[in-house]
Design a protein around this ligand. Structure first.
Ligand SMILES: CC(C)(COP(=O)(O)OP(=O)(O)OC[C@H]1O[C@@H](n2cnc3c(N)ncnc32)[C@H](O)[C@@H]1OP(=O)(O)O)[C@@H](O)C(=O)NCCC(=O)NCCS
Length: 230
C-alpha cells in the first residue's frame, strides 16, 4: 500500500477498505445541515461548543446509517461509562471524528467481538505528544519507518492505533488502558499493525489486537475488528 493514496480514493470508503465485510462502516467528510438528533442526545449537548455539537451530531448520522445496513432502526446513541457509546443490544461498534472526517463502524455481536476505529489528520503530532504516548521500543521502530518512508506521519499513526486499541479494549473490559499498556508495531508496507496488550491482569486470552491503517485525502485511519469465535 502506498502511504498517501491518490486524492479521491477516500470516496470509495476510507475506513470500509480496512474493515472486514461483517462490519458496516459509514463516514462523512462534512456536516450535512439536515442531520437530526433524538431529544436524549440533544440534552447531552446542552453546554457543548459548536465544534462538539457538529461532530457529535454528524457521527451519529453515520452510526444510524451503519446500523440501518444491519437492519437496525434509529435509536438514541448516548455516551455511557467513560464516554463509551451505548449501542443497541446485540451490536458492537465504534465512532471517531476529527477535522473534516466523521465515521462509525458497527457489527452484530455474533459475528464480531469488538471494534475500535480512530481517525486523525495525517500530520505530525504536536510537540511533546509522541514522547508521552510511546515507549523507547516504539520510538525506535517509528524512527526506522520514518527513515524509510518519510512521507508517512508515523507518530500520528501510532497515536491513532493506540486510540483504536482503547476503543476496542474498553467494551470488553470496562477498564482504563494507558498509552504505556500497549506495544504497537506497524508493518509499514502491508498496512497492518499489531498491538500487544501489556497489563498483567488483562482478561485471559486477550493478549493483543491486529489492526489495519490507511492514509488518504489527508486523513489517517486505524481500525481493529475482532471476529467472534465460531
Ligand atoms: C476516548 C478516546 C480514545 C477518544 O479518542 P479521540 O481521538 O479523543 O476522539 P475520537 O473522535 O477519535 O473518538 C471519540 C469517540 O470515541 C468514543 N469513545 C469515547 N470513550 C470511549 C471508551 N471509553 N470506549 C470506547 N469508545 C469511546 C465515543 O464514541 C466518542 O464519540 P462521541 O463522544 O461523539 O460519542 C480518547 O479521548 C482517550 O481518552 N484516550 C486515552 C486512552 C487511550 O487512548 N489509551 C491508549 C491505550 S493503548
Amino acid at each position: 500500500m502506498s502511504a498517501e493514496e491518490t486524492p479521491g480514493d477516500a470516496a470509495l470508503g476510507l475506513l470500509a477498505a480496512i474493515l472486514p465485510a461483517e462490519v458496516a462502516a459509514e463516514e462523512c467528510f462534512d456536516d450535512p445541515p439536515d442531520t437530526w438528533l433524538f431529544p436524549e442526545e440533544e440534552a447531552r449537548l446542552a453546554r457543548a461548543v459548536d465544534k462538539r455539537r457538529r461532530e457529535f451530531t454528524t457521527v451519529r448520522r453515520c452510526a444510524r446509517r451503519a446500523l440501518a445496513r444491519l437492519d437496525i432502526a434509529p435509536v438514541p446513541l448516548l455516551p455511557g461509562e467513560r464516554g463509551a457509546p451505548g449501542w443497541p443490544t446485540g451490536v458492537v461498534g465504534s465512532m471517531t471524528h476529527c477535522a473534516g472526517y466523521r465515521a462509525a463502524a458497527v457489527a452484530r455481536v455474533g459475528e464480531v467481538r469488538t471494534v475500535g476505529i480512530d481517525a486523525e489528520p495525517a500530520l505530525p503530532l504536536p510537540d511533546g505528544v509522541f514522547e508521552a504516548v510511546s515507549s523507547e521500543d516504539e520510538r525506535a521502530r517509528i524512527a526506522a519507518h520514518a527513515a524509510e518512508h518519510p512521507d508517512v506521519p508515523w507518530d500520528r499513526l501510532l497515536f491513532s492505533a493506540k486510540e483504536a486499541v482503547y476503543k476496542a479494549w474498553f467494551p470488553l473490559t470496562r477498564r482504563w488502558l494507558g498509552f504505556e499498556d500497549a506495544d504497537v508495531a506497524f508493518d509499514p508496507l502491508g498496512g497492518t499493525f499489531r498491538a500487544r496488550l501489556l497489563p498483567d491482569d488483562r482478561p485471559r486470552g486477550l493478549d493483543g489486537f491486529e489492526g489495519r491503517w490507511r492514509i488518504a485525502d489527508g486523513i489517517a485511519v486505524t481500525a481493529i475488528a475482532v471476529r467472534a469465535a465460531v
